[in-house]
Each structure stands twice: as structure tokens, then as C-alpha cells.
Design a binder for this molecule. Sequence first.
Ligand code: ADP
Ligand code: ZN
Ligand code: ZN
Length: 748
Amino acid sequence: MRKGCQMIVRITLEIALGKEFDYEVPSELEERIALGSRVKVPFGTRQLMGVVTALPATSSFPVLKPIIDVVGQGSLVTPKVLDLARWMAAYYCCPIEIALKSVLPVAVRRDREGWKKQLHIRAVEPTGQVPALTERQAALRSILQQWKELPLQEFLKLTRSTAATAKKLEDAGVALICREVMERDPHAHEHILPSEPLALNQEQARAHAAILAAMNQKEVQQKPNVFLLHGVTGSGKTEVYLQAIDHALSQGRGAIVLVPEISLTPQTVERFKARFAVGKRATLVAVLHSHLSDGERHDEWHKIREGRARIVIGARSAVFAPVDPLGLIIVDEEHEHSYKQEEAPRYHARDVAVVRAQKEGAVVVLGSATPSMETYHHAKGGKYHLLEMLSRADDKSLPWVRVMDMRGEGRHDKGIPILSQQLKEAIDQRLEKREQTMLFLNRRGYASSLQCPQCGYVAGCPQCSLSLTYHRRQQRLRCHLCGHDERAPICCPVDTCRSAEIRFAGVGTERVEDTLARLYPTASIRRMDSDTLKKKEDYKRILTEFRQGKVDILIGTQMIAKGLHFPNVTLVGIIYADLSLHIPDFRAGERTFQLITQVAGRAGRGEVEGDVYVQSFTPFHPAIQYARRHDYVGFYEQEWEFREQTSYPPALRLALVTLRGRQEAKLKLSADHLRQAIEGATQDIQGFSLAGPAPAPLERAENHYRYQILMRAQRMSRLSARLAGVMDSMRLPQGVKVSIDIDPVNLY
Ligand code: ADP
Ligand code: ZN
Ligand code: ZN
């Protein structure tokens, strides 16, 4: 039995996964401890950091060790977010510590406080008699009195004095030098003009009213309060977001805006800051993205935790931002795959947003021009509310989309044609009129493979079952999965062949750039992909040049497909629309439809109407044809039939287990065992079926063989629990690793 008055904490440790431990709290620490506090505890012979996950009244252990210390101020996670982490651990089958790691950024978890401190100097009135000051000291004092307080370094620079002089002022009792927390604001030097709310058009007004009505509901809802805002590109979804956020603020609540990492550009952030972060009733807007330094992330996070920043804009993990109370979560481009984290915890930020909002009584708005099949299915079935905005806010018409049949092109030419005759002519016209062109191809490098027509050799990665991509500038062959890098050969490397006729098959952005440079020697051409963006500033620089009209043609990967707004772009070309159709994935058609629609949305955002040219070898594929007609619902309906017939989401739910190991035989045996164990544990689950184990589409990666077991079920939560149980009791041989992916987005 425990003494009744002793406080107990239950904590998780980073090194002991899946377990929680009870400790005693010495009475002098009780005041400082709360759910979510970080604590230092004895563990064996070591001292470790842990997070408080519960405050149980009693413990089943008779003797508890006391915690050593509480680190930092206050609790880091709110109890609500802690609760969310627990849900995530259960649903996505991962240990609670792994879930907590996503919830708390590394920068915040350090065992020391992470504020950057800086010396400040402050003017003070001397107590008692005013000391005798030299003329110089008196002059410095009066400067200081004007400033009241400033960083010491700035003071010294301003007055061209030394630290010793400043110290003398302090000794004289007229100044105080102290350490102050200095916040690192990554956007400190921006100058943003305020924006005013726009008068909403009819479609916007209807959407806005529905969202506000939900936000005004007082009683806790049984069903999640989720809206799908299905609005064509340019329909003015952002204005609806902005006015809904404004309403949250007026209710005294905060908002989280999730944006895909790739769209989290200064342009995007500025639209939110312009409305809320400048002017009279400025609200701090915190930005969380992967380019922040640890220090910046730490500071942004604490601004939110302390309630100073009420609006958070960020990529995937911003869904965990400690906004409290939370009124609204917006998930822009909800169909984007980057919302799914591809390592444990394998969560989907959109789905986490829905669960979090329900727990905290907040409203969710999922926005997209091309909603995911899953979300639209929920909206049709009444689980989510459907809001539609089908015309562009500025009354511009949607761009005219032409599909070029590439099968007829370049038969006389060698290899795959890059530009059709019509696209060439369209570019010519734009160059003449000094309008801009964007060309899109979702594959970087020069050629996707190097082949020998004599013996059939294809250069493959020695560690993965993938062909190597040829990068011509550097004369290298590279694996885009593991980064393997080797010199490109000048003849076939097969000993018995040695043919000098090796060929480069498949087109990448680098090759398109070369072709364009040959065709249009006087045009200014830029390429934007992860090979050309080496530095943080490159992205901004290229886009600025493009916006200023210094660039005629911009060629790029998916980086240029999202959210950018350039009024002078009147032509958009998709070099090879079939590329995403050929991936071995049931979502290939959906991805292709989304991609064409998104890319097409880049055209005609200004005064002149835009044209979109889609080049394809399968021009009559439904994904291409529905995209050409801007017909989302038509696409959804035929795609739904396919998903229903093949039992893929959203008709059923999926869970994917992947096993990895160096020895194939051992791996296969483990996979068979695992299959049996799963079958034994899942017999009573509705609609359950299982396929595999079978080699994954990507059979080998980074020197590991990969096997998969694919499961289907009507509902997921029970299956998650059973899988967790199986994994707990299963002993896998050394060298075999397993990952569980609930609602997987990538099936390779
Ligand atoms: P979406 O996010 O749906 O693609 P945007 O929010 O970027 O669309 O809006 C497209 C353009 O329409 C922007 O330039 C925006 O300023 C303008 N716009 C949006 N709402 C209105 C409105 N009510 N009146 C006038 N212009 C608007
Ligand atoms: Zn050969
Ligand atoms: Zn590789």
C-alpha cells in the first residue's frame, strides 16, 4: 500500500519502448509537476529523461524511486494533446514514446531549456544619491534613457563604446546588464502590408455561413464536425479560411492551418500574416516547417504553448501544435500524400486533425480542388459536410485543356519524343508575345535508365531493385531511393558485350532543359527540382526571377505544381502525363487526375486566359479525360466502381505489414509465421481478408529484401488492436524488421 499523501507520476522513457513506469514525487517538486512535464529519473544505474503521461492515485508497485528533477517550465504537452498521442499509439500500432516524439519536436525535448539568452542593457534610476559621472558617461546614460533597454551589443555599436564602459555605468548604478531571452524570429525582417477581408461571393458566403454555424454550436458533438470544402483552383478557398480563422479568434480560440510542406512558401505564409499579424490588433502567427533551425522551432513552439501565438501555419506535424483552446483546424490540399508520415508513427495529419478536433470540440475544414477518394466518400455518406465552390472567385474561366496523343509523334525520331509539334508551336507563340510558360515533369535527372540495346543490360542499383537515373551534367548514375552514386560508363559494362551503343531511356527534367535550350537558344530557361535547389534561398530566387519576368520558361517537378500564382503564365505543359499512371499502385489513376488538375490550375491566373497541353501515350485513359473536362465528380464515380470491385479504399480499409531483412529465406519464413499469427488473431473481424506474404513491389531496398502482408477490413480500430497484440507476442529472428502501416498511402 502507498502512503495516501505521496504524489505518484507515470512516465515514459525514450529507451524502454511500450512501457510506462511509476515514480514518486518528492514534495518539493510537486508544485512544478503536471501531465506532460519532462522529468529526470533514476533508471538502473543511469539518469534518464521521461515525460509524465499520467498522475495515478495509486501504484501497483510497493516501492517507488523518487524522480530527480523537473526540467523546464510547466508541462510541454497539454493533457489534450497527450490524449491524442495515446489515441495515435493505439490506432497506428506504435509505442506511446514514438507517438510522443511526433507530438513534441526534438528541439523542445532537450533536457536543458532551449532559449537563446542575450545580454541586454537597461536604464535604471539610481537609488539614493546620483553618482558623479564623466561627461562621456553622462552622454551614454542619456542615450540609454532614450532607448530604455536594448541588446548590449547594439548599445556598444551605437555608442562606439566598449563593454568596460558599459560596466562602469552599471557600477555607477544608472544601468543594469542582464541576460534576457532573445527570440529567434525567422521572419523578423519581413515587411508585410495588411490585408482587409474581401466581400464574399455567393458560393463563399454559403460555405462561410455553414462553417461559422458549426463553430457557434455550444454543446459537444457526437459526430466530428468536419467540412469538405471542394473548390476548384482559384475559387477563393483561402478567403474562406481567413474569415473562419477570424471567427475563431473572436471566440477567444486559436487555429491551426496545415499546408503541404511544398506549398509552405513565403507567399502562402504572407497571406495569413497580412490578415492577422500586422496592424492594430496584431495576433502572433507562428510558422512551423522543416527548414527552421532547432532554435527557431523551439521558440515558435513556446510562443504557441504560452498562448502568445494563436494562429499556427505549418506542415504535417503542426497538427500537434499546443494551441489551447483550439477552435479550428484547416487542412489545405487535404488530398496531398505528404500529410502521411512514412516512418513510425505512420500517421496521416488529416485524419489526426479530425480526431483531435473532435476531442477538443473544434471544427475541421478540409480544402481541395481534387479531394481524396476517402474524404469525398465520407462527404457523400454524410459523415462530413460537403461545401462546393465550382467557379473561380475572380470569374475567370477554367483553362482550356488539350490532350496531345504522343503515339503519333516522333515515329521517325529516335526514342521518346519530348515535345509535340503543337506544344512547340504554343511555346513559340508565348515567346513572341512575351508571356510565360511552365513545363512540368515529375522526374528529375536526364534519363530514367541506361540501357544496352545489344545485350539488354540495364544499369541497376546494387542495393535496390531499381534502375539508376542518369545525371548528364555530372556524368553520374544515381539511385533516387538510397542515393547510391557511380560514374556513368561510356560503353556497356557487361564483359562479353562492351557495346558503345548504350542508350538513355526515359526523360527527366534535365533532358527537357537541354532540349529546350537547343530549340530556343535565345529564351531564358530555368529548371526547378531538388538537383538545382542546393541552398535554402535557391527556391525563392528562381521564383522571384520568374515572377519578375526574367524567365521565359520554367521547367520543374512537382515543386512547381502547387499553389503558385503567376499572372503572366498563359501556357502550362505536362510533358509526360502517363508517368504517374504506370506506378504499381491502386491510386495511380487518382494521382494522375489530381496532378493534371493541379498543374492546369497554374494557367490563366491573370488577365489572359490560359492553355494547358497534356502530352500522353494513353490519351483516352479516364483519369486524363476527366481531368481535361474538369469533371471531379465524374472521375470519382468511375474510380469508386473500380475501388469497390477491387476492394480497395475507400470501399474497405487497408493495413500493410512490411518485413525487411538481408537474408531472403529467413525473411520469408518469418513472414509466413507472422501471417499465421495474424490469421489466428483476426478471425472475428468483419470483412477481414489477408494477402501475402509476397515480395513487395520494391523487392529490395538498401540491401534489404522486402516482403509484405496486405490486410483489408471494414473498420480499422479493432484490427489495429489485434495487430499490436500479435506484434507484442511475436519473437522475430534477429535481422528481421517489421513495420505496420495503417491506412497506407504508399504500397511499395
Ligand atoms: P484557391 O485557394 O481556391 O485556389 P485563392 O484563395 O487563391 O483560390 O483565390 C484566387 C484569387 O481570387 C485570389 O487572387 C483571391 O484574392 C481572389 N479572391 C478570392 N475571393 C475573392 C472575392 N470574394 N472577391 C474577389 N476576389 C477574390
Ligand atoms: Zn551490352
Ligand atoms: Zn539504391
